[in-house]
Design a protein around this ligand. Structure first.
Ligand SMILES: Nc1ncnc2c1ncn2[C@@H]1O[C@H](COP(=O)(O)OP(=O)(O)OP(=O)(O)O)[C@@H](O)[C@H]1O
Ligand SMILES: [Mg+2]
Length: 345
C-alpha cells in the first residue's frame, strides 16, 4: 500500500471519526423518533458506535508498531546534527536530505547504501549514532531494528561461519523490522568473500528468500580514501580557499582518480562500485584546530563544566596536528578530546 505509516494512521483515525459521527447522528435520529413516538427514552446504543471506532484505532496502532517504525521528527534530527557535528559540511545534506527522502519513500527500488569515508576521529561513528537515535528514538525499536557489525570483532571467525552469522543477523532483523539499519564498522577490513554475501541485500531485488530489503539502510564506515580526502582539503587550504568551498563532486572525482579505480590497491568496494550498489559516498573532512576547540567546548558542556577559553586553548594545543610545520589538521580528529579533558579537570 502506498501510504506512509503516519498517513495510514491519519486515514484510520478519520475513518473512526466518520463511523462515530454517523453512529451518533443515527442515534440522535432514533432518539427524536422515539421521543416523537412518545417513548421519551435515550438509547443506550452509543457503545455500539464507540466499540468499532476503538477497534479501528487499535488496528491503526498495531499496524504502525508492526511495521517497525514510527514517524520521525526530522527537525529534531537536524537540531541534533547541527548542535553536535562540527566541520562536516559534506555530510549534512546526506543526513538531512537523502536519509529523510528515503525514509518518506514508501516504495523504494533498493535499500539506501551509504559509504562513510575519512580520517580517524572525524565523526563517522558519531553521525551514525545520531541517525540511529533520531530514526529510532525508543530503545526497544533500536534493539529490534538496528544491527551494528564491527568487522574486526564479529567476523574474525572462520569465513563460512562468519557468512552464516551475517545472513542470520540480516534476515532475523528484517523479519522483525522492515526498515532496519545495518552498520558495518571498519568495512575496509571485510574479507572479499563476506562482501559478496552482503551484495545481494544491497541490490534492487524485490524479494530475497521471501524477504524484502528495499526499505533498509546500510551504512559502511571506513578510513579508506581518508588520505586522499585530506590531500584534497590541504590543496584547498594551501590555495587559500575556504573548506566549505569543497564540493562533493570534487571529492568524488579525486577519489575516483586516485583510490577507487585502483583495484590492485585492495580498495574494498571496487566490486560494489562496479555494480552501482553504493548510493552515496560520504566524505568526512579532517578536523582543524577550530573544530577541536568546538569539540572541547561541547565536551565541557556535556560534563556541566563552565567554558573556560584558556582551558579550551590548552586542551586543543595538547592535540597533535599535521602536516608537520603547517599543523593544519588534528591527527586524531576529536577522538581523544574526552580523555584529554579528564587529564585537565
Ligand atoms: N565532526 C565532529 N564533530 C563533533 N565531534 C566529533 C566530530 N568528530 C569526532 N567527534 C568526537 O570524537 C569522538 C570520536 O569520533 P568517531 O568515533 O565518530 O570518529 P570516527 O570517524 O568513527 O573515527 P575512526 O575512523 O577512528 O573510527 C566522537 O564521539 C565525538 O565525541
Ligand atoms: Mg569509527
Amino acid at each position: 500500500m502506498g501510504l506512509t505509516p503516519v498517513a495510514a494512521f491519519g486515514v484510520i483515525v478519520e475513518v473512526a471519526f466518520v463511523i462515530v459521527m454517523i453512529a451518533l447522528l443515527h442515534n440522535k435520529n432514533k432518539s427524536f423518533q422515539r421521543r416523537d413516538e412518545g417513548l421519551g427514552r435515550r438509547p443506550k446504543s452509543r457503545m455500539i458506535a464507540v466499540i468499532p471506532a476503538a477497534l479501528v484505532v487499535a488496528f491503526g496502532v498495531w499496524y504502525i508498531r508492526s511495521s517497525g517504525y514510527t514517524s520521525v521528527n526530522f527537525a529534531a534530527l537536524e537540531k541534533d546534527y547541527s548542535t553536535n557535528v562540527f566541520g562536516q559540511h559534506l555530510v549534512a545534506p546526506v543526513i538531512l536530505k537523502a536519509v529523510p527522502d528515503f525514509w518518506n519513500n514508501t516504495n523504494p527500488q533498493k535499500p539506501l547504501v551509504l559509504s562513510f569515508h575519512g580520517w580517524t576521529g572525524g565523526g563517522k561513528n558519531l553521525v551514525s549514532q545520531i541517525l540511529v537515535r533520531n530514526l529510532y528514538p525508543a530503545e526497544a525499536e533500536r534493539t529490534k531494528c538496528v544491527q551494528l557489525f564491527d568487522v574486526t570483532h564479529h567476523f574474525s571467525s572462520e569465513e563460512n561461519i562468519a557468512k552464516d552469522t551475517i545472513k542470520q543477523r540480516i534476515h532475523g532483523t528484517v523479519e522483525k523490522c522492515e526498515r532496519a539499519i545495518f552498520i558495518f564498522d571498519e568495512m575496509d577490513k571485510m574479507p572479499p568473500g563476506l562482501i559478496d554475501v552482503i551484495k545481494p541485500y544491497l541490490d534492487t531485488y524485490e524479494k530475497l528468500d521471501g524477504l524484502s530489503f528495499q526499505k533498509c539502510i546500510f551504512i559502511f564506515l571506513s578510513n579508506s580514501g581518508g588520505e586522499k580526502i585530506t590531500e584534497l582539503a590541504l590543496e584547498f587550504w594551501r590555495n587559500k580557499k575556504k573548506r566549505e568551498e569543497i564540493k562533493l563532486s570534487d571529492v568524488e572525482s579525486h577519489l575516483l582518480k586516485h583510490a577507487f579505480n585502483n583495484k590492485k590497491g585492495g580498495f574494498w568496494h571496487s566490486s560494489l562500485i562496479d555494480r552501482n550498489l553504493i548510493d552515496v559516498f560520504v566524505p568526512f573532512l579532517p578536523l582543524e584546530e577550530e573544530h577541536v576547540r568546538m569539540c572541547v567546548r561541547a565536551e565541557l558542556r556535556h560534563r556541566d563544566r563552565a567554558i573556560n577559553e584558556e582551558l579550551v586553548t590548552k586542551i586543543a594545543g595538547e592535540m597533535s596536528y599535521y602536516p608537520e610545520g603547517e599543523r593544519v589538521y588534528s591527527v586524531k580528529g576529536c577522538k581523544t578530546v574526552a580523555t584529554k579533558i579528564s587529564l585537565f579537570l
